[in-house]
Design a binder for this molecule. Sequence first.
Ligand SMILES: Cc1cc2nc3c(=O)[nH]c(=O)nc-3n(C[C@H](O)[C@H](O)[C@H](O)COP(=O)(O)OP(=O)(O)OC[C@H]3O[C@@H](n4cnc5c(N)ncnc54)[C@H](O)[C@@H]3O)c2cc1C
Ligand SMILES: NC(=O)c1ccc[n+]([C@@H]2O[C@H](COP(=O)([O-])OP(=O)(O)OC[C@H]3O[C@@H](n4cnc5c(N)ncnc54)[C@H](O)[C@@H]3O)[C@@H](O)[C@H]2O)c1
Length: 585
Amino acid sequence: MKGKTVTRGTGLSPFGGKRSCRRVSITTVSAKVNAVDSLKRGVGTCAKVSTKGVSSSVRVASVWRERTGGRRDQGSVSCRAGGGSAYDYDVCIIGCGVGGHGAALHAVQQGLKTCIIEGHDIGGTCVNRGCVPSKALLAASGRIREMQNEMHLKAMGIQVGSVSFDRQGVADHANQLASNIQGNLKNSLIALGVDIHTGMGKFVDNHTISYGLPGRVDVGGQLTAKDIIIATGSVPFVPPGIKIDGKTVFTSDHALKLEWIPDWVAIIGSGYIGLEFSDVYTALGSEVTFIEAVDKIMPGFDNEIARLAQRTLITPRNIDFRTGVLATNVKAGIPGVKPVEIELTDFKTKEKVDVMEVDACLVATGRVPFTQGLSLDKIGAETDRRGFVPVTEKMEVVGKNGKPVPNVYCIGDANGKYMLAHAASAQGISAIENIVGRSHVLNHLSVPAACFTHPEVSFVGLTEEQAREKAAEEKFEVAVVKTSFKANSKALAELEGDGMAKAIYRKDTGEILGVWIIGLHAADLIHEASNAVATNQTIQDLKFNVHAHPTLSEVLDELFKHAEVDAKPKPKSEPPKKTAVTAAS
Ligand SMILES: Cc1cc2nc3c(=O)[nH]c(=O)nc-3n(C[C@H](O)[C@H](O)[C@H](O)COP(=O)(O)OP(=O)(O)OC[C@H]3O[C@@H](n4cnc5c(N)ncnc54)[C@H](O)[C@@H]3O)c2cc1C
Ligand SMILES: NC(=O)c1ccc[n+]([C@@H]2O[C@H](COP(=O)([O-])OP(=O)(O)OC[C@H]3O[C@@H](n4cnc5c(N)ncnc54)[C@H](O)[C@@H]3O)[C@@H](O)[C@H]2O)c1
């Protein structure tokens, strides 16, 4: 069915660890699996890694005693398995998404006896219904787009015949990848001796969790832990008036299965999910119409980057958009028989302005925390009005009395601080650091983000608009420096000169406030900037970094070198006086 827009009714305007635990840097899912191998190879004494010799739990207790000098929970209890302890576990994590998994791995590295309670599927949203399958769809559809771009290929002297694809094959790629990574995650936990309990967990008190599954008397139980981390994640938000049938009106949960490719798909919301799916759908031949409540598309982006993104990701493609309108009512259709009807309402006047008929509708209007049923009242806590669990900067759950609830933490999408997979994992590591008594606060302004369209958009920190607001309040001068991919040899070799990088910084000190990149491999390029923010480097510190030639990283090299700062660069430290190492010949 070919979709069409109809305007109805009069008056409606047409629209228009430590000690013997080897320190392993854990960042990506594959790195985490490798980390398990490293731990297994390098440690006889790391918690539950080796099962030979001294019992693993005794080892846990001994590692813990060495680390803490014998202190424990101020009340001096020890792990039950370590002998006469009060708790079954040192740490219990409710929910095994990327956040829970990251926390569990770091807990084991610290020698903590750890368990996870998972109610649905290991890997949570990211692995099963988020980052992983969506990136697989983007990889396959991006390849199709590239191979169908005759002009681009011809400019490099390449000719291809007709390009075709098998929808089910593309869908299988995404499904298989999710399943493989889910298996890797589960195996990594088992190999490290993390106990995985199946069921939905809820609080009995701040050291006790009961868990079970509805209708399953064979599953469930109760356990105790010194510290408990809530990592229950999020689910799609569906605005009132929208009925999901999973076939013609659906969320990303269904869209990732790629059961069909609609001719015309309306995407409600032009955030990350909307943009990434517009990239997939248009590469596979669909027309897309964005419906966006805010009066501009991609409202979360820096304005200048959004304008450029519109020129590269929207205008040249089969995409149009309606902004400043809410989708207030969506009625499901029947593929090939009855269209989906979408009622549009002006965001400001609340007047109904249009009804669209399309083949399918993807609802990408954000996500809501999955925090119901945790019995937070049993620990003197409650969610905020949106369902997020309030936390301190150390990830401690804040109780109804405004004070941290002892021994209970919340990480990831469930606390709403930054709904990204790597943020969830970083918060998990931070919570464990605080649990073992090393005070830690994650700088969320150093957490990078990326939208994996073709080309990609990435950033760290503030938009230029946010930085200028902050500057006005705090009375400092903002400076902005930009570079283009057009001057980069590697980008030109790839005929991918469309793109820019911009850095926003304090003119007086060189403090980096934000960096935005749109262009080839922007998601990989952002890390030099985000790591600089995390380690408090100024923009002038980065001028001395050396970048291989010819690489895309020189886009950032040029950016940093062009920055003008009032303060002088910090004196460079002398090179370390170590044994001379000569470059490999
Ligand atoms: C389509 C899509 C694409 C995305 N792409 C990216 C991306 O490219 N990069 C990125 O950084 N982020 C991406 N995200 C966001 C990312 O998936 C989330 O930020 C991340 O998964 C949050 O991790 P989490 O551990 O907090 O929660 P989740 O991954 O949601 O995991 C929570 C887990 O807890 C379980 N659970 C819930 N309640 C209970 C309970 N009471 N007892 C026991 N278990 C429970 C759930 O079953 C689930 O397995 C994407 C999201 C979507 C939807
Ligand atoms: N690459 C990535 O890192 C990635 C990819 C996908 C998802 N995610 C995560 O998943 C989460 C959800 O993504 P998302 O794109 O759904 O949310 P989002 O918050 O990024 O964007 C939602 C958009 O929908 C609009 N909207 C909300 N209600 C509307 C309505 N009734 N009518 C019209 N427009 C409406 C909002 O104005 C907003 O622009 C995000 O928080 C993001 O962090 C990340």
